[in-house]
Write a protein that binds this ligand. Sequence first.
Ligand SMILES: Nc1ncnc2c1ncn2[C@@H]1O[C@H](COP(=O)(O)OP(=O)(O)OP(=O)(O)O)[C@@H](O)[C@H]1O
Length: 977
Amino acid sequence: MEAAGLMNHFPCLVIRGICDYSDSHKSKEWQGYAAMVAAAYAKDLLCRIIPQQVEGEQRILDILGPRIDHVGETTDRIDRNLSLDRLPFAQGAEFDSFMARHEDECLPGTRTEILDQIREWAVSPQGKCIFWLNGMAGTGKSTISRTVAKYLRQDKSLGASFFFKRGEGDRGNAMKLFPTVARQIALCIPEMITSVQNAVDDDPGIAMKGMKEQFDKLLFQPLLCLEEFGRQIRTVVIVIDALDECDDDKDMRLILQLLPQLHKLKALHLRVFLTSRPETPIRLGFKKLANHDYEDLVLHEICEELIEHDISLYLNHRLSEIRTDRESPLPINWPGSTNVQKLVALSIPLFIFAATICRILEDPYWDPVNSLARILTYRNNGSKLDGTYLPVLDRLLNAQSEEQKTQIVQEFHQVVGTIVILESPLSVISLSRLLGCSQELVRLRLKPLHSLLNVPSDDVMPVRLFHLSFRDFLLDPETRKKTPLWVDEKEIHRRLAKQCLHVCGNLRRNICGLPSDGTERAKIARQTIDNCLSPELQYACRYWANHLVQCTDLNDVIHDALFFLRRHFLHWVETMSLLGLVSEVVEMLDLLRAVISDDNQPEMCDFLHDSKRFVLKFRQIVVDAPLQLYCSGLIYAPRMAIIRKEFEDELPDWISQLPQVDEKWSAELQALEGHLGMVLSVAFSPDGRLLASGSDDNIVRLWDPATGALHQTLEGHSGRVLSVAFSPDGSLLASGSYDNTVRLWDPATGVLHQTLEGHSDWIWSVAFSPDGSLLASGSYDNTVRLWDPATGVLHQTLEGHSDWIWSVAFSPDGRLLASGSHDNTVRLWDPATGALHLTLEGHSGRVLSVAFSPDGRLLASGSHDNSVRLWDPATGVLHQAWSLERPITPLTFSSDGSYLKTNVGSLDIQSRCDNHTLGPPHVNLEIFVEHREWIILNRKKVLLLPADSRATCAATNGSMLALGQPSGRVSFIQFRV
Ligand SMILES: Nc1ncnc2c1ncn2[C@@H]1O[C@H](COP(=O)(O)OP(=O)(O)OP(=O)(O)O)[C@@H](O)[C@H]1O
């Protein structure tokens, strides 16, 4: 048949296929699958062909007959499933995934009380939103989670499960937590599918967005929509296991902030069963939750008899299995009840010890009678760890010649030493490539250790420790006295650093063969990246610096590192960009800089300084399109930049005339791009680790000033954000807005704590009291309001000004609050009572800025009348007035109080001189705005910023200056120029 003819017949053939499958009675699974595929074709083809083929239409309808509705229904379902398929999910995170098929569940008869308690909580209408099972490593939490998930599935109340696992790709972080959970819940509550589908359609990149947004759009809102369906209320539980294995403390805390919101859902009882070790960020996260949000159970604190009973049951069961499974019969009385008792005592409260002992005893290469005797001997001599691990390790060296022993010890260090030090696990194949040895050698060394290491039969799967205690044992300095197999951590780090750098030598330009220099990272499939970058190369790129900084003899490795950087720096950044890890490059450069001395390694220091400038400057473009590094990056780098000179050969040869560029790096470290409107306010957190920027686009963004990474996007205001301020302990961020509200956010998680409503006009200024117990907001409604930031309760409304409030400031002891107003006055209030203390009159123009000196003895006011006035805040007496050239804002004291910094110059307070003196040498930074350009004075150096720095606001953390720009960018300026 000709191609055209075939095309004409094709739709009918497909539809015939559908009819045939519907009539046949093949396996249910097959039918479902075939139906979906066939119906998808049919729907598509019907739409395209029917209007054009009148004759064909009749035939199609004849064949389909009454089944047409069924096809429509099926295709809708396919559409929905396809939509859910666009949601990325973490492979293997579900409790019954293929990867988890060998994981244990609770042995029947063990954990009965705990399991009952959890089941009761899940079904009780009064049950709290979260059940937190908290316990030390190896107490059996994950085993309980798997069992709970299984029961819930049987009861049809399992909504979703997510088992975190460090070093297991997406399971080791929170990026895909909510998409994975949303996908599972939507499949179990079909009414939710359309809302999830809409969220994905509205924003196809939603799964790459911040967690708060993912939670809201993929989970919370779709679940909220269920209320429309008015179904009978049912219980749905999400199981989240091992939250402590999520790689980012802030993410853990954010998850804990978000989950309690699920309690607000009315259409169902949504519960979360969550387990973790009692790690600090998690404990602190729970501490912040209200008591009614969660209940908890501490697994290692339950009554010892219960633990003893369970471990004893487990050991008896496993030991009897070992007896039965053994090919050669064991002595009739083995292991003997006394020995079992001893093993039980040895294990309490850790199930992992019992499990490890059983793995040792069932190892077919060793005699269990002998193994048991050794375990019990070690038990008498040392710690639990000795008793568990030494018997296995000692056996490796038994009955070997000295020569063999030396070789075994050396290979053990090479292979097992590496496995315990690795930052994330690698397979046998990757290990052999990283170590430069044969796969056979790796296998050989692992063979006698199957009871301590999880060695998959598939050589491409990662080798892992059964339990981290094995690592602790091998690295413990005390172990050195007990076995030559002790692992010298620093030495292994040194070797790994060198081996990683060696592997990184394979990097090259355009390693993934991207079609063009402009290819966007978002459009590169993960599969392509994984095909081109082997796991060991990915590992080496990501961790070489971590290993380097942890070894003793740095000189030797630094030489290798410099050699690598000078050849492959750009290739490395390209690879890190492909992996989505550009921020880590900056962190790694900082890490290296911290251990390298200026005197001994000046060349490395210069290189690190220059390369950091390069990455910060071009970060955004590199994040978006990796290969732009060689074009936009190199050609716009300053002429004398080390990176530009080193990599001159990489400059694109198709650009005949390169753009004019500066000789050296300018003062601008980095521009933070993301705001869609003018940046109106910026503030550093008290520890300098976060920068907040408020903008015309109604959004507050939180950035990491060290790497330029965007941490949070705080959305909620419906008007411009005019002012931002951190609380003194950095735990809260306040934002004042055109929408007449102040919002209080948790800067660590981005969660909105409170919306303070009450002002009837814009809020231009917000300030926390020095002890953080009060928040003042100054507004265009002529009032200042004082709030309790912890509860959001309004304490006082300070009325008295007859016009807008531009600025508010607390005195350092918190006893006074100053407000500067459009009515040309400054007022001083007692924040405790709200009483007006003084009204300072004298300015002939609006007062734009107020500031207290660090000792609280002076109050400065800057006005639109171009003057600065200095008052005694206790008496209201005017000390001094300067008349300057322009309206004064902002106004701040130098940290030692000797200078007053204004936008037109600095004023020496002691000598009362008004000649715009530069600060004394110890004054690190002064900031001025001169003719709408910014001047920075640093140790008497004056720096005029580029003409485009028309900053609207500024803040400093002591080493960097952040400038908000009308263009919506935030620029970082370094001081040491
Ligand atoms: N009730 C049980 N029945 C049978 N085996 C158990 C039970 N509890 C724990 N185990 C065994 O103990 C091992 C360790 O338990 P598990 O991994 O659940 O501990 P964990 O508390 O989650 O540890 P970690 O915090 O290190 O992840 C399991 O692999 C399993 O073999």
